[in-house]
Design a protein around this ligand. Structure first.
Ligand SMILES: [Zn+2]
Length: 324
C-alpha cells in the first residue's frame, strides 16, 4: 500500500477510558475453561492491554496477533489470550480507547457468543474522557486485500460504514447482505446481539483441534443440516451481522478510530488481520516520510505506555518487557 493512502483525521474527539473496574465470569468458547475477565481504567495511549494471570502484558495490536483461524488470538512471551474480538468490538463501538483487561485463563469469556454482554459491561463501567486527542485514520484511495472470492476493500468516506456480503453454500445461511453506518447506537442495536456460529458437521473436528470445546447452544448459533439447533435466531441474517461485529473488533487492533466505507465478502479473522497489518505498514511508511516534522517520542510503543502506567498503577515490570 502506498504511504499516501492513509492520513490522520483531526477532530475525532478525545480518548476515553472506563470510569471504574468491572468484572465478568464465564467460560472460553474454544478452551472450555472457566475464566474471569476484569477491566480496569488506563491512561491515554495505553490502548487495550491484556494481562495474563502471571502478569504478562499482551497488547491488543496487530504485532501481537499469533492466530487468526477461528478467533483472534494474541500472544507474547509464550502467553496467549484467545477470542478477544467481541470485547474489542464493543470497545471500538463505544469509543473506549484505553483499558487493562485481566484474564485469569487464556481466553476471554464467551458469555452469550455475541458482543452484547461486553457492551453491557462497558456501560456499567462508565466512561471518562482523557485530555489526549484521538488520532483517527482515513484512506484517500481504495485499499483492497484478499482474492476473487474473499476480500475486503476500504473506500474513502467521512463516516464508518460496512457493507458485508456473506455468501455461504449452506442452505441455512445462503447469501446475506447488510450495509450499515456503524455508529455506537447502530452497533448496539443492530450488530452487538449477533452471536458467533458454527456448523454441527464441523464440531467434532474442531474439538479435536482444541476449538469450540466450550461451545454450546448457550453461546453459539449451531447450524444443523436443515435448520439451526437453537430455539430461534436474533436476526434473520444474524450470521452476516456477526461477521460485521468481528470485523469491527479486529479493526480495533489498529488502536485508532477509523473512517471509510468497508466492503467485504466472505472475509474472516485472517483477512481482517491482513487489512490491519497493511494499514499499520502504511502508517509507518507515512511516518518515515514526515522526516521534517518533529515526532512525539514513544507515544504508541509499549515502553511508552508502561512509562505512563507505572508507577502506582498496579503494574509490575515483566522480565521480558525490555525485549519489546
Ligand atoms: Zn465472532
Amino acid at each position: 500500500m502506498a504511504p499516501h493512502l492513509l492520513y490522520t483525521r483531526p477532530g475525532m474527539g478525545y480518548q476515553r477510558t472506563i470510569r471504574r473496574q468491572v468484572s465478568v465470569d464465564g467460560i472460553g468458547l474454544h478452551s472450555g475453561e472457566p475464566v474471569k475477565l476484569t477491566l480496569s481504567p488506563a491512561a491515554a495511549d495505553t490502548g487495550i492491554l491484556f494481562r495474563a494471570a502471571d502478569g504478562t502484558l499482551v497488547p491488543a495490536d496487530i504485532e501481537h496477533v499469533v492466530d487468526g483461524r477461528a478467533a483472534t488470538t494474541l500472544g507474547a512471551f509464550g502467553v496467549r489470550v484467545r477470542t478477544i474480538e467481541h470485547l474489542m468490538a464493543a470497545a471500538a463501538a463505544l469509543g473506549i480507547d484505553n483499558f487493562v483487561a485481566d484474564v485469569s485463563a487464556e481466553e476471554v469469556p464467551a458469555l452469550d457468543g455475541s458482543a452484547k454482554p461486553f457492551v453491557d459491561l462497558l456501560y456499567s463501567a462508565g466512561a471518562v474522557t482523557l485530555p489526549v486527542p484521538r488520532r483517527a485514520v482515513g484512506v484517500r484511495e481504495p485499499v483492497r486485500v484478499g482474492d476473487g472470492n474473499r476480500w475486503i476493500e476500504i473506500a474513502p468516506s467521512d463516516v464508518f460504514r460496512i457493507t458485508y456480503t456473506l455468501d455461504n453454500p449452506h442452505p441455512v445461511v445462503g447469501c446475506q447482505v447488510v450495509s450499515l453506518e456503524v455508529s455506537e447506537s447502530v452497533f448496539v442495536d443492530e450488530l452487538a446481539p449477533a452471536r458467533t456460529y458454527g456448523f454441527l458437521k464441523d464440531v467434532a473436528a474442531m474439538r479435536k483441534n482444541g476449538l469450540a470445546r466450550g461451545g454450546s447452544l448457550d453461546n453459539a448459533v449451531v447450524v444443523g443440516r436443515r435448520s439451526v439447533l437453537n430455539d430461534s435466531l436474533r436476526f434473520d441474517d444474524e450470521f452476516v451481522r456477526h461477521k460485521m461485529l468481528d470485523l469491527v473488533g479486529d479493526l480495533w487492533l489498529l488502536g485508532r478510530p477509523f473512517t471509510g466505507h468497508i466492503t467485504a465478502r466472505n472475509a474472516g479473522h485472517a483477512l481482517n488481520h491482513e487489512l490491519v497489518a497493511a494499514m499499520v505498514d502504511a502508517l509507518a511508511a507515512e511516518r518515515r516520510q514526515r522526516v521534517a516534522r518533529p515526532q512525539t517520542q514513544a507515544a504508541g510503543t509499549l515502553a511508552g505506555r508502561l512509562e505512563r502506567l507505572m508507577p502506582g498503577n498496579g503494574f509490575s515490570s515483566h522480565p521480558g518487557i525490555a525485549a519489546l
